[in-house]
Design a protein around this ligand. Structure first.
Ligand code: RFL
Ligand code: PHB
Length: 398
């Protein structure tokens, strides 16, 4: 075993949660080490989220990493719903008294955070194999891993499980200590990224008889499109041509006319799931981000929930180190879960409104149509969509 080192907070996972937490703690003078199973390039190669809420933008500004996002990101004050061939605009900005979202890819945000971490000289150990977490129920937790054929150990005050849905931290908790709530949806999203101008200035969420589609973007010259597909579909079955053909069939006349197609840069299928673990704290170990909860991507909430988790976690740890008070860490789980359940509910509901479920007959499509007509013709209904989409205020209802 190589010599063991000590850090205040050992962070498992260098996705957005781990990197954001690392910067927040560093800014407060709390030292931390990040262990990541993959290489940095692998982490950057995963094409995921595209929409940032105001709370996430604020957090990036707080840690001094928001400059490129403000320069290159696109501010969106609304989006469109294309339902039964008819477009309706949700004017988020008007309906929420001036709130917007930012189109800025998770890849770019991760790159900015990686650069800030490297510039601050902070330690991220990539390609850390067989990470295991120990003694988090006591006062002296530790983390072990293998790197370049050698065993290493890090002793720490706290462990932050920022290691995503398939991570080791949640899996290390005794079954009796955790409750998991889960819903798996009977379809996936086939995503395609291309260097083509977006079909529209704003995002378009589509409910068509052929299934859901989403027209999103990364910049004025890079588009991201998604199609609802059966879970049995494999990405190899979908040529670029087949993807564009199917997308056209789900769009309206204007969309078909404006759609610019081209070679894909990336194509992948993601399953859809709602998942929540309770609680999120186990002694001196905390779960944050996808390690503790998953939302279907329809509401664009996953990355934003990860950001608020680590905001709350950093506040709790800062309180612990500055005042020796455990009040923040004791309240961490409940504070996060109050926000998480509301975002989970919205994501589940928005998914149900926009997708075709295989076992639903024509009556459900009629219900969806009636619901959207109600929502769009009622200011309260439209505001319900808008205020959830831009993100509820921090500690809403608490
Ligand atoms: P991540 O990004 O999964 O990072 C976890 C990291 O932990 C590492 N890891 C380990 N490291 C060491 N030892 C182990 N044993 C480890 N096990 C795992 C992993 O390699 C990884 O690097 O979780 P994090 O940081 O919590 O971030 C969460 C977000 O990535 C996720 O919520 C979003 O991508 C979700 N999401 C969206 N969120 C939004 O807010 N807005 C969106 O528009 C949006 N669109 C999306 C999405 C997710 C999607 N997919 C593919 C699931 C669109 C899609 C298609
Ligand atoms: C994306 O651009 O990847 C994206 C945007 C909005 C969503 C989901 C994904 O709801």
């Amino acid at each position: 075993m190589a010599k063991s080192i000590h850090t205040q907070v050992a962070i498992i996972g260098a996705g957005p949660s781990g990197l954001l937490l690392g910067q927040l703690l560093h800014k407060a003078g709390i030292d931390n080490v990040i262990l990541e199973r993959q290489t940095g390039d692998y982490v950057l190669g995963r094409i995921r989220a595209g929409i940032l809420e105001q709370v996430t933008m604020d957090l990036l500004d707080e840690i001094g990493v928001g400059e490129r996002m403000h320069r290159e990101g696109l501010v969106h004050g609304g989006f469109e719903l294309l339902f039964g061939g008819v477009r309706h605009r949700i004017d988020m900005n008007r309906l929420t008294g001036g709130k917007n979202v930012m189109v800025y890819g998770q890849t770019e945000l991760t790159r900015d955070l990686m650069q800030a971490r490297a510039a601050a000289g902070l330690s991220t150990i990539y390609e850390a194999q067989d990470v295991s977490v120990h003694d988090f129920d006591g006062r002296t937790p530790s983390v072990r891993y293998e790197k370049d054929g050698k065993q290493h150990e890090i002793s720490c005050d706290f462990i932050a499980g920022c290691d995503g849905f398939h991570g080791v931290c949640r899996a290390s908790v005794g079954r009796g200590a955790i409750t998991e709530y889960e819903k798996v949806y009977p379809f996936g999203w086939l995503g395609l990224l291309s260097d083509t101008p977006p079909v529209s200035d704003e995002l378009i969420y589509v409910n068509s008889t052929r299934g859901f589609a989403l027209c999103s973007q990364r910049s004025k010259s890079r588009s991201r499109y998604y199609l609802q597909v059966p879970l049995t579909d494999k990405v190899e079955q979908w040529s670029d041509e087949a993807f564009w053909r199917e997308l056209r069939l789900r769009l309206d006349g204007e969309g078909r006319e404006r759609l610019v197609t081209g070679a894909s840069i990336e194509k992948s299928i993601a399953p859809l799931r709602s998942f929540i673990a309770e609680p999120l704290r186990f002694g001196r170990m905390f779960l944050a981000g996808d390690a503790g909860h998953i939302v279907p991507p329809t509401g664009a909430k996953g990355l934003n929930l990860a950001a608020t988790d680590v905001k709350y976690l950093s506040a709790a740890l800062i309180q612990y180190y500055s005042d020796r008070s455990e009040e923040g860490i004791d309240g961490y789980s409940a504070r996060c879960l109050a926000r998480i359940w509301k975002a989970e509910r919205f994501s589940w509901w928005f998914t149900s409104l926009l997708h075709r479920f295989p076992d639903d007959g024509p009556i459900v499509a009629k219900f969806q149509q009636a619901e959207v007509e109600y929502l769009l013709n009622s200011d309260a209904g439209s505001r319900t969509i808008a205020e959830n989409y831009v993100g509820l205020p921090l500690d809403f209802g608490q």
